[in-house]
Design a protein around this ligand. Structure first.
Ligand code: TRP
Length: 339
């Protein structure tokens, strides 16, 4: 494998990819998958999925859908290493080595854990840890292993993940101080420019609000969903404010700046809501239609996707296997005849 700096990111396999994922994470990652000045690693974080989701069918289905989505949208798998976390057992092995240098107090401060404790307090639950699994509690360590396994320098993530990157640096630093300089300290890369996408109800598009638009919804249901988006009651011909409009925010997130400027003028000229909904639907169709055809074809051939992922895991393990060997030795897990 090349010596280019590694950029790495993971996608938890618990849902169907939606337009918010598309503009926030998938599209920039696919663009970066072509870069030759860095070595991209992208993986399906299926062990992370088990923390939130104990429905086996859903974990498997989501893994398939996410992989098909990324491939259909043009991920460059010759350049980027694209794999499933669970196909690289070195990652879970490394997790244990890291657990043993991670302060429990550090994990006490993790946002996801603190939110769970807070929710218990708010609901009058006397046990602060009710419903908290060790998976949830120690999940930043698994995430640190994902990153440190490949000595990733840059990790593109959403704002909510920045704390986990700080924890990964902290854990890497402790390991390095204890056992020698093995890990690069990773940095979060948060793209401030990616559009925040509104969902069907105007709140941020998010699985947890149940207001998402799946990327590859068939045209019929897609049109129906767009028709359901709430607008105000202004008549056609009356100038409208694009900034407070969910339809516009979705259009802008996907369209180019020029197309967005042109649409802004149509708002000023009083575009009718029916017309705008039609324009948004047609725009999405034009932008994503060809990729949807590829997606539908891929979904019918899971074995082909499996093949791509296994190839990715093979490349990932070319790095992980020797590196883990070195790490095991560094902590004293060694053949007895070796000093
Ligand atoms: N926890 C991340 C999320 O919820 C997904 C993830 C898992 C990840 N492992 C990672 C992201 C490693 C970056 C690097 O979005």
């Amino acid at each position: 494998m090349s010596q280019r700096p590694v950029i790495l990111t993971g996608i938890t396999t618990t849902g169907t990819p939606h337009l918010g994922n598309y503009v926030g994470a998938i599209r920039p990652a696919i663009t970066a998958s072509h870069r030759r000045d860095v070595q991209p690693f992208y993986f399906l974080a299926d062990y992370h999925a088990l923390i939130k989701c104990q429905e086996p069918e859903r974990v498997q289905r989501s893994t398939l859908e996410i992989a098909a989505t990324w491939l259909a949208l043009g991920l460059d798998t010759d350049n980027a290493v694209f794999y499933r976390q669970s196909d690289v057992p070195e990652i879970t092995e490394l997790t244990w080595l890291l657990q043993c240098v991670t302060a429990k107090g550090l994990m006490n401060r993790a946002h996801a854990y603190k939110a769970a404790v807070q929710a218990n307090a708010d609901s009058g639950e006397p046990d602060p840890d009710a419903g908290v699994s060790m998976g949830l509690f120690s999940y930043p360590v698994l995430m640190a292993a994902d990153i440190l396994m490949f000595n990733a320098a840059k990790v593109p993530v959403g704002k909510d993940q920045v704390q986990h990157l700080e924890m990964a640096r902290d854990i890497a630093g402790r390991f390095n101080r204890t056992y020698g300089d093995h890990f690069v300290l990773p940095e979060a890369v948060v793209d401030e420019h990616t559009a925040l996408l509104s969902g069907l109800d105007g709140r941020k598009m998010s699985k947890s609000y149940d207001n998402v638009i799946p990327i590859f919804l068939a045209p019929g249901p897609m049109e129906k969903l767009i028709k359901k988006i709430k607008t105000n009651s202004l008549e056609p011909g009356v100038p409208k404010d694009p900034e407070t409009c969910t339809l516009f925010s979705i259009y802008r997130a996907v369209a180019t700046p020029e197309q967005t400027a042109a649409m802004r003028e149509r708002y000023a000229a009083g575009i009718g809501w029916g017309e705008m909904k039609k324009a948004l639907f047609e725009y999405l169709e034009q932008h994503l239609g060809a990729a949807r055809a590829r997606y539908d074809a891929l979904m019918l051939e899971p074995a082909r996707i499996e093949q791509v992922l296994l190839q990715g895991a093979h490349r990932a393990r070319e790095v992980a296997t020797p590196f883990l060997q070195r790490l095991r030795r560094s902590v004293g897990i060694r053949p007895l005849a070796v000093k």
